[in-house]
Design a protein around this ligand. Structure first.
Ligand code: SF4
Length: 560
């Protein structure tokens, strides 16, 4: 694929223009499923001259992908009925599962068999590494003729003049110095022009965020609500490795109180490795909420510490997840675009699963795109069949079944738990037909009300944030404009310090924001950023904006 022409913009920067039929932003499971299925449909229709381009900001595919992960195979089996024969990377079939409620004193209550909450039963599911899944899917996509460009962050959505029709994207310039000047390595971003643009950026994508502000896709919907997930992979003792291999344990309660939403996982991913992680809802009111600190406290609980004894962590990462569910999903299409995967809220927070839903969204979007290309109508009306087929699909039925789950749980574990029990016997309705939602950044209380106790980093299992950042492989070119924009620095010093105690120093899981004692301004260690998006979501004044850094910057997740 070659750029066809060069255009000169108002700043005198020459940009190559790359025309394609379909541009997919983000090489996660949703974007790649869309690419693979669309390629297949076009070939079947004898329309195989079309160009499908996938752009991803990670230097290598999978480097920015993170999940627990236990996968419901429904999605991948629909994309590839012979997924196992094709060599899909499975770490283990789930052999056993249970939930455990941890008590502060060190004890716990095990909920197994019929006592295990139904959404946490995982028989028939598979433990996978999402990194490996994405690499494998990218290979399948390339074999099918899809073009994939890694290391190409997308800076902007392009709109037709004076309309809201999406006509493609612009990739980010590289080789710009901190002061905005062009370095010798300067490379202008490309103008990609596409009949259909697929936003598959993952959670809280910078393009989708602006698209949602500009268009009416969230009209009548609940605001999306998020959780921050922290994950480590551990090499563990042979005894623990064998004991846990193929097993799935979820925990609740400690270190959270009964008013907070969150929980954890321990997955036996190999005979010598565990995947462990902790998720906390970002509607938590405490201004000192520290997802990484809670993860450390959880690891210090005797039930978890026993599993980690004698082991060592080898990978670390963090990522937000869209937990709002059915009523927080945007309209899935508009003029010249569709929304898939986490970008469109395809996650079942109750079962802690989204891979199958993301793949299904990619499949349904591909079918609508193929139809719209054939009809020569990629307008909102031409892409309408995506929304219609979703409404008739098993994915919608699953999302609808849990439609009030997360909003009920915002009332706390006791009230939320009662409502959820009623939801299970009323087809998902619960005590209220439709529970309203809220923006996470509106829920924070003044720092004077904070109850968070400090974290004690006291043994090898309790690494601080910087040690963990090292394990994430996060790195960025230092001499580039900030990718974490503080819109109004005076808010930080004049209001936030007094009202919320500068919560960014607590909620960021990568020690990016520092307020040294007596300092009048924040220090931003942007190079540490693992692209989790917590700051973009949780800042109480919406004063922090995450934008894409230069290509290749960010974490380098392996096996995550
Ligand atoms: Fe996450 Fe923001 Fe910290 Fe980056 S700076 S790791 S996006 S909270």
């Amino acid at each position: 694929m070659k750029p066809t022409k060069v255009s000169l913009n108002a700043q005198g920067v020459e940009r190559e223009e790359l025309p394609v039929d379909v541009c997919i932003v983000g090489a996660g499971t949703a974007g790649l499923a869309c690419a693979i299925h669309l390629s297949k449909l076009l070939k079947e229709a004898g329309d195989d001259e079309r160009t499908i381009l996938v752009l991803d900001k990670a230097e290598e595919l999978g480097h920015h992908t993170l999940s627990g992960a236990v996968m419901d195979p429904k999605g991948i089996a629909e994309l590839f009925p012979d997924w196992k024969e094709r060599g899909f990377p499975i770490l283990s079939e789930v052999k056993d599962d249970w939930a455990e409620m941890l008590r502060p004193g060190g004890g716990s209550t095990k909920l197994k068999g019929v006592l295990c909450p139904p959404p946490l039963r995982n028989h028939g599911n598979y433990i996978v590494s999402l990194n490996e899944v994405v690499k494998w899917m990218a290979g399948q996509a390339e074999e099918a003729g899809v073009e994939i460009y890694a290391g190409f962050p997308v800076a902007e959505t392009r709109f037709e003049d004076r309309t809201d029709k999406v006509i493609g994207v612009q990739t980010r310039d590289s080789g710009i110095a901190k002061d905005g000047s062009q370095k010798a390595t300067f490379e202008p971003g490309m103008d990609v022009t596409a009949d259909v643009t697929v936003f598959a950026e993952g959670v809280r994508g910078n393009l989708a965020k602006n698209l949602f502000r500009r268009l009416d896709v969230m009209d009548g919907k609940n605001p999306q609500t998020y959780g921050t997930g922290i994950k480590e992979i551990w090499e563990v003792s042979p005894e623990v490795g064998k004991e846990m291999h193929g097993k799935v344990m979820h925990t609740g309660a400690y270190p959270l109180d009964m008013k907070s939403y969150g929980g954890s996982w321990v997955y036996g991913i190999a005979e010598d490795k565990l995947s462990i992680g902790f998720v906390v809802g970002l509607d938590h009111p405490d201004a000192k909420l520290d997802p990484h600190g809670l993860f450390v406290k959880w690891k210090q609980h005797p039930k978890i510490a026993r599993l980690l004894e004698g082991g060592k962590p080898i990978n670390y990462g963090a990522k937000c997840v869209p937990e709002g569910g059915f009523y927080s999903q945007p309209r899935l299409h508009g003029d010249g675009f569709v929304l898939v995967g986490d970008t469109a809220g395809f996650l079942n927070a109750a079962t802690l699963k989204g891979i199958h839903l993301s793949i299904k969204s990619g499949i349904l979007a591909a079918e609508a795109i193929a139809k719209s290309l054939k009809a020569g109508d990629t307008s909102k009306a031409g892409l309408e069949s995506y929304q219609e087929t979703y409404e008739a699909s098993w994915a919608r039925a699953e999302m609808f079944k849990y439609r009030n789950y997360r909003q009920a749980m915002a009332k706390g574990m006791v009230k939320g738990g009662i409502d959820f029990a009623v939801q299970m016997i009323t087809g998902g309705r619960g005590l209220v037909a439709r529970r309203p939602g809220h923006n996470d950044h509106e829920t924070m209380e003044p720092v004077s009300k904070s109850k968070m106790s400090p974290v004690k980093y006291d043994d090898r299992a309790s690494m601080d944030k910087l040690t963990d950042v090292y394990l994430s492989g996060a790195i960025h070119e230092e001499d580039q404009p900030a990718h974490l924009l503080v819109n109004d620095p005076s808010i930080c010093t004049d209001r936030c310090t007094k009202e919320f105690g500068n919560p960014c120093q607590h909620f960021c899981p990568a020690a990016v924001y520092e307020w040294p004692e007596g300092s009048a301004a924040v220090t931003i260690n942007a190079s540490n950023c693992v692209h989790c998006k917590t700051c973009d979501i949780m800042d109480p004044y919406e004063n922090i904006e995450w934008v894409v850094p230069e290509g290749g910057g960010g974490p380098k997740y392996l096996g995550m």
